[in-house]
Design a protein around this ligand. Structure first.
Ligand code: TXA
Ligand code: MG
Length: 330
């Protein structure tokens, strides 16, 4: 690890111990972290993000053994998932110990836990000598940050940011509730549902149309990942590119600044006529570049953003779910 990063981790660990906030990279997206056991520190996260206080946080651990400080109840299927996917983009919901502050869990009797697959994050947690509660390091409702520059744009000088460059996966972790009879996916993410089912059998799907009253993962209810532009997703099909082009022309004629998000191979079709952001050649690259593309649309002050659809297999399911959320008006 570079000396400069080592120093940044050391500074950040001190800040965490002093009850301050720190933004740090994980393999998914940047997190806005605080000492998970320090109520006043955790309060600052909600304030800084403008996040409703009933929307619970994920606690990040550096060693599987840290789990015992959060829960007394690790069911056998949790062990299977932990062995297979940790460190990695999988968050498990488990019964919490009373020592875990209510503010960290949004008042729930459960706690969300994950062990990130990023050496900076792991080193930060170890040196902080506590566990780190962290949501994604963005203003509530905006796309998650996948580069330290994104975090700085959101929070300016208000938060110390470890400069870990771009994140590997680019989508948040998959959240699985293991406190119900049948495990349930509360949020799609970096690990596709098929891989989870391969390990533990059938899991219940997340609620596509969330029922606000009974919502287990309040974070899913709000407008999310949205760029400033109005976003139009053009469905898959033979004429998808032609349709995108027609829609783009229509808005351009109305005087709008039009942006296109497309995979690499289709970008030549648009790039001479519209602001074109090409985001990769396969689903892994598209996942990695998706939020950066939405953030870039804001920088370019795009009014109307037209996005192609991607095949809904594996990570493609999560990518399309995020795009639909970003396009929704509520
Ligand atoms: O990849 C990630 O998960 C990133 C990195 C930083 O680890 N974190 C992240 O946190 O995306 P956040 O706060 O943006 O999303 C956490 C999601 C929210 O939808 C929240 O409602 C849900 O997890 N969640 C957290 N604790 C929960 C709990 N006890 N029960 C149900 N859902 C919970
Ligand atoms: Mg988030």
């Amino acid at each position: 690890m570079k000396r400069e990063i080592e120093n940044q981790i050391q500074n950040a660990a001190k800040l965490i111990q002093n009850g301050e906030l720190v933004a740090f990279p994980t393999e998914t997206v940047y997190g806005l972290g605080a000492d998970a056991f320090n109520t006043r520190a955790v309060e600052k996260i909600y304030q800084m993000k403008g996040r409703p206080s009933n929307n619970p946080l994920i606690v990040h651990i550096a060693d599987k053994d840290d789990l015992k400080n959060l829960t007394d109840n690790v069911p056998p299927i949790a062990k299977v998932l932990i062995d297979r996917f940790w460190p990695g983009p999988l968050t498990l919901i488990l019964k919490k110990r009373s020592e875990v502050p209510n503010i960290t869990t949004g008042g729930n009797d459960t706690v969300a836990v994950r062990m990130p697959d990023n050496s900076i994050a792991l080193e930060l947690i170890r040196r902080s000598k506590t566990l780190i509660a962290a949501p994604s390091a963005n203003i509530s409702g905006k796309p998650s940050a996948t580069h330290h520059d994104h975090v700085k744009r959101y929070f300016g000088d208000k938060v110390f940011v470890i400069e870990g460059g771009s994140t590997q996966i680019g989508l948040e972790s998959t959240v699985v509730d293991l406190t119900t009879d049948i495990p349930k996916i509360l949020r799609l993410g970096g690990i596709p549902k098929e891989l989870i089912e391969h390990e533990i059998g059938k899991v219940e799907d997340f609620e596509k149309i969330p029922n606000l009253e009974s919502l287990k993962s309040p974070g899913m209810a709000y407008k999310h990942y949205a760029p400033e532009a109005s976003l139009i997703i053009v469905p898959l099909g033979e004429s998808m590119l032609d349709k995108m082009f027609q829609i783009a022309e229509k808005y351009k004629a109305e005087g709008k600044k039009v942006g296109i998000i497309t995979q690499d191979k289709n970008s030549t079709f648009f790039k001479d006529r519209f602001e074109t952001i090409s985001i990769g050649k396969d689903l892994v690259e598209i996942a990695r570049n998706l939020y950066a593309a939405l953030i870039k649309s804001d920088l370019l002050q795009i009014d109307t953003l037209i996005v192609e659809s991607f095949e809904e297999k594996g990570l493609g399911v999560t990518i399309m779910e995020r795009l639909r959320k970003a396009a929704s008006k509520i």
